[in-house]
Design a protein around this ligand. Structure first.
Ligand SMILES: [Mg+2]
Length: 249
């Protein structure tokens, strides 16, 4: 057994089955102690909603926490300030105020709660049918302003507008560089659209939990390779199944 970089989404991936989560926690904590593996949580939640989740679920203290869809990285449970090197990378070509101004032109875009609006993330709710119509128009308007941005639509309702160089996958690349892990020593786990960035950024070993949302299922079917595993089991059980299949545990 060797150290590996374990990265997982939280909602409906790591979290969803408390008993399975306990089991996975034990195995991962043990691996970290014995082999020095690193544990990273990568979530769409803000730090505020992450901290709320830690009061409801038994989570480990991660070596790094990626929040707000990859726009903030915190190390070693120091939640005072996100990593400055990462923040300064994201600020290039980003204009938050202008993004908000342009998005306000679309009535169907309903702003998410204040805690989810972050310096490098502007978030809305929009149902799938409306999204199909509006997202291309929004995309064009933002492009015309030369903003370096990307749109991420997830879970059939969440729209995030982020700096071009921000997403969960690019945040993982940043951690790999800092800690010196290769793609084949990295495993990423997810269940929905904002996790596609985790799976597509390189050749990281991937686990898609059995309960994955349609957008990720479809992406998996269209991009099959032998280093990604679609688990039969759900939530943390699916992760355990995948870690065994990929020979990490
Ligand atoms: Mg999720």
């Amino acid at each position: 057994m060797k150290p590996f970089l374990f990265v997982t989404d939280l909602d409906h991936t790591l979290v969803g089955d408390k008993k399975a989560l306990e089991q996975l926690n034990q195995e991962l904590e043990n691996h970290r102690k014995v082999y020095g593996s690193k544990i990273v949580y990568a979530t769409g939640r803000s730090l505020t909603l992450y901290q709320e989740l830690t009061t409801e679920q038994s989570l480990l203290n991660p070596d790094a926490l990626i929040t707000a869809v990859g726009t903030e990285i915190y190390f070693d449970s120091n939640y005072e300030t996100p990593d400055l090197e990462w923040s300064s990378k994201l600020s290039v070509g980003w204009n938050r105020d202008l993004v908000v101004e342009i998005a306000a032109k679309f009535e169907d875009l309903v702003p998410q709660q204040d805690s989810e609006q972050r310096p490098f993330k502007v978030s809305y709710l929009i149902p799938e049918e409306a999204a199909k119509q509006i997202l291309p128009q929004l995309n064009n308007l933002l492009e015309n302003e030369n903003i370096k941005f990307k749109l991420i639509y997830s879970g059939s309702e969440d729209l995030d507008i982020l700096p071009l160089d921000a997403d969960k996958g690019l945040a993982v690349k940043f951690l790999q560089n800092r800690w010196k892990y290769y793609s084949q020593e990295t495993v990423v786990c997810g269940d929905s659209g904002n996790d596609i960035a985790l799976f597509s950024v390189g050749e990281e070993r991937g686990i898609i939990v059995g309960n994955a949302r349609s957008e990720l299922r479809e992406w998996y079917e269209a991009n099959k390779t032998d280093y990604r595993y679609f688990a039969t089991s759900f939530y943390a059980d699916g992760i355990l199944e995948g870690l065994r299949f990929l020979n990490f545990l």
